[in-house]
Design a protein around this ligand. Structure first.
Ligand code: ADP
Ligand code: GLC
Length: 498
């Protein structure tokens, strides 16, 4: 096959052209987003291109993408689906797997409008990952052939399985865990329905306690594993955070690296952000007060510059510790604070927050929904960002908030522990307030420390500035991915017959 990049001793792609990486994911901002995965899949490829790699992204062609993508001509067919080619706003090329019977419907990427999982998610992401794997093998109909398949989360998990067990001349694969708690578990007969190669539904394969696990497939068959922070890479090797996969991850610890996420600092920069009422930076902080008043007014709170404004943005789930915030809200209001929350998620948590807002009209306000612009306004307008996550593989909001001069009060877990410098008691050194126990009391004590610092303007300003000065750009992490890809390709070349 003439397009195969790894032919001929020593004439590997590293020597004669940029390495080609195919990102395979179910979300990519701004086209389709439910959480941080979309931000990472949007921002990491351009950073890798800047580091000298040739990166393209493979996504399902959801109906909601149609008005977004513009011209997206079909360039091939694979497994009965069209492959369309489009360009992301960043300039990165996207291959869209167009299977209308699976993706041509209204609703979210994983769920219908009522929040029920699509009943055919196994077929949807089974075909998607299989098609992407074909693109990274000798069977690809495309001329652009990747040197590496880089899958993200369970939706891409069957890709490495197909590459290892069912496709000719496969590219080596990387699997990145953004969240181990979502595994893509399906009944055992799914393996047959998806016509997976014989033998893969096994403990040493894709079987997980009697079910088919898309994520485990990825983690078992991929050549290299990464996750989105060094601390989470450690945590998931233990029973507490391992979600039943800690045994596998511990066995594969030498193949597992934690690389902390960056943020897209063109999208998240208070000095240039078009989505906020007033722009500001470290040296010109006046705009922040304007943004605070805008948030207070928008959420029907007293427009009082002196009252500390707390905010929380994110999925309203157990993971994010929303219940802990609800637990401390009364105390927070008694202490003079205001609270605004934006998010969607579990019905019970949403209802609890609504009740809270009702009880504390004028001091607590909640917006149930997904609103990108409002998320920016809240990061810019708040004084303190709350993020009491029970676990957090990386977390982006704590980085956004530091950048926006909104010190986080956050639980020291996963990527939070790696990206927030905790301010010690009675101190002004650091960029946020960290606590360990996942309890309302521990959160409250951390909030009290934050309030103490907030009431000492020079101290507060110093903490804000420390956060705003931090470098959360992707460059350093992109360099680590690049090194990983090169090692993987070199190892592949060393193994391949000359
Ligand atoms: P996770 O991926 O676990 O949800 P992250 O902190 O990594 O958490 O990323 C969440 C991303 O999604 C952030 O960009 C955040 O601003 C955004 N986000 C989450 N919920 C909402 C919402 N309701 N409205 C707007 N943006 C949201
Ligand atoms: C997941 C995690 C979050 C992480 C994001 C991007 O959704 O929950 O912590 O920041 O993926 O990697």
């Amino acid at each position: 096959m003439t397009t195969h990049p790894r032919k001929g001793a020593g004439a590997g792609p590293a020597n004669d052209r940029s390495l080609r990486i195919l990102f395979v994911a179910s979300e990519c901002a701004p086209w389709v987003k439910t959480g941080g995965l979309a931000d990472v899949v949007a921002a990491l490829p351009p950073a890798l291109v800047a580091a000298g790699l040739d990166v393209r992204v493979c996504l399902p062609f959801y109906r909601s993408l149609r008005p977004e993508v513009g011209e997206a001509p079909p360039v091939a067919t694979v497994l009965g689906a069209l492959v369309r080619k489009a360009r992301l706003p960043s300039g990165i090329i996207a291959y869209l797997i167009d299977a209308p019977w699976l993706f041509g419907r209204d609703g979210g990427p994983y769920q219908d409008a009522e929040g029920r999982d699509w009943p055919d998610n196994a077929q949807r992401f089974g075909l998607f990952a299989h098609a992407a794997a074909v693109l990274a093998s000798d069977e690809t109909p495309l001329l652009w052939r990747p040197d590496i398949f880089h899958g993200h989360d369970w939706q891409a998990g069957l890709g490495p399985l197909w590459l290892k067990t069912g496709l000719p001349k496969p590219a080596p694969s990387v699997m990145t865990i953004h969240n181990l708690a979502f595994q893509g578990l399906f009944p055992p007969e799914t393996a047959e329905a998806l016509r997976l190669p014989p033998g893969v539904f096994a403990v040493e394969g894709a079987e997980f306690y009697g079910r088919l696990s898309f994520l485990k497939a990825g983690l078992h068959y991929a050549d290299v594993l990464t996750t989105v922070s060094p601390t989470y890479a450690q945590e998931i090797q233990g029973e507490g955070q391992g979600c039943g996969l800690h045994g596998l991850l511990t066995r594969r610890r030498n193949d597992l690296t934690g690389i902390v996420n960056g943020i897209d600092d063109r999208v998240w920069d208070p000095a240039t952000d078009p989505l906020i009422p007033a722009r500001y930076d470290r040296d010109r902080l006046a705009g922040k007060a304007v943004n605070k008043e805008a948030v207070q007014r928008r959420f029907d709170l007293a427009a009082d510059p002196g009252r500390p404004l707390f905010t929380m943005v994110g999925r309203l789930t157990w993971q994010k510790g929303v219940d802990l915030v609800a637990e401390v809200a009364d105390r927070l209001v008694r202490a003079g604070g205001q609270l605004v929350v934006l998010g969607t998620g579990e019905r019970g948590l949403e209802d609890g927050l609504r009740a809270l807002a009702h009880r504390h009209r004028g001091a607590v306000s909640v917006r149930i929904g997904f609103d990108e612009a409002l998320a920016h306004e809240m990061e810019a307008g708040a004084d303190i960002f709350l993020m009491p996550s029970r676990f957090e593989p990386c977390g982006l909001n704590q980085m956004y908030s530091q950048r926006y001069g909104t010190p986080p009060v956050a639980r020291a877990t996963g990527g939070i522990a790696d990206t927030v410098d905790g301010v010690g008691p009675g101190d002004c050194e650091g960029s946020g307030f960290l606590f360990d126990e996942a309890t309302g009391q521990a959160l409250w004590e951390s909030i009290e420390r934050a309030l103490g610092a907030y009431r000492a303007p020079a101290c507060w300003r110093r903490i804000m500035e420390t956060g705003m000065r931090k470098d959360f750009s992707w460059a350093a992490s992109a360099a680590r991915y690049r090194a990983l890809y090169h090692t993987l390709v070199r190892e592949g070349e060393a193994r391949a017959p000359a």
